[in-house]
Design a protein around this ligand. Sequence first.
Ligand code: ADP
Ligand code: NA
Length: 335
Amino acid sequence: MRVVSGIQPTGNLHLGNYLGAIRNWVRMQDAMEDGSTCLFFLADLHAISMPHDPAELKSATLEMAAALVACGIDPARSVLFNQAQVPAHAELQWLLNGTARMGWLNRMTQWKDKAGKNREGQSVALFAYPVLQAADVLLYQATHVPVGEDQKQHLELARDIAQKFNNDFASEDAPVFTLPEPFIPPEAARIMSLRDGSAKMSKSDPSEMSRINLADDADAIMQKIRKAKTDPEPLPSEAAGLAGRPEALNLVSIYGAMAGRQVADVLAEFGGQGFGAFKPALGELLVETLAPISARFRELKQDREALDAILARGAARARELGRPTLDATYRALGL
Ligand code: ADP
Ligand code: NA
């Protein structure tokens, strides 16, 4: 099995990013059997398809790399790198642009959503980035690509590109590309704001009290949980009792996600108790589980040399793994 997955670099990482995205990668890595490899990359080349600030992109890329390592991605077991350091991604995209059809890209719902009515004003990169996504996975002969609902169409496109390329330029017994299978990762937790149970926890929320940051220390975590919005009722003893109580549901869900327990199981323990008892228990659980992560995160963020070395090693390994496919693609095209 070869799994390839990319993540957008983003700064100001919080508990939602951890439980909703980063932790899934750590679980994937830990579920790999001997001989299987995960390649995880920071999609910095994708970031330039939208207006962006170069200094921010650089720092977000490094911050995301630091967070991934702090959260448990092991650069000795998995290949961790950023796209921009592996030129084969951009090269292969260009080679695949000859195979991808305008009509296929025109049908991508993400393109339609992001471009809106102003298609003429968008970058070529925004239109073509699904081809870069195809290159990202085809380069490594990925067998499996984790995709959320919103990415299924792009993986389908990668398969179409691979199939057409193999048909047009390779013999049946020696295809250049593997058709990657999608796999839907176990449903990730969706974490809501601590100040408003109907809004997603997000770095764009102006209130610092709305989120737990990966870099928060114990005092900040305890304070944010103490001040989290709740209602006056005690916790119910069954999950159905959380209906219509989004703030309570969110706090119980966070507890469950951090402790690796079902909501029903958490309620079996805390049902009947008020938030005066539950919040300190939740705060302590968060402090205990996040302390090693945030300590390592802060340390790595300060150690630019260590981070650069991790990413350079990952990129060297990725270049090595991608080389045979890139060479075969050039050859097949008569280049
Ligand atoms: P933000 O909303 O803070 O800007 P991003 O949009 O940069 O976060 O998301 C980065 C990754 O983290 C995405 O995979 C996204 O699905 C995940 N994520 C962000 N916020 C949450 C949340 N509140 N709950 C679960 N997952 C989240
Ligand atoms: Na966002």
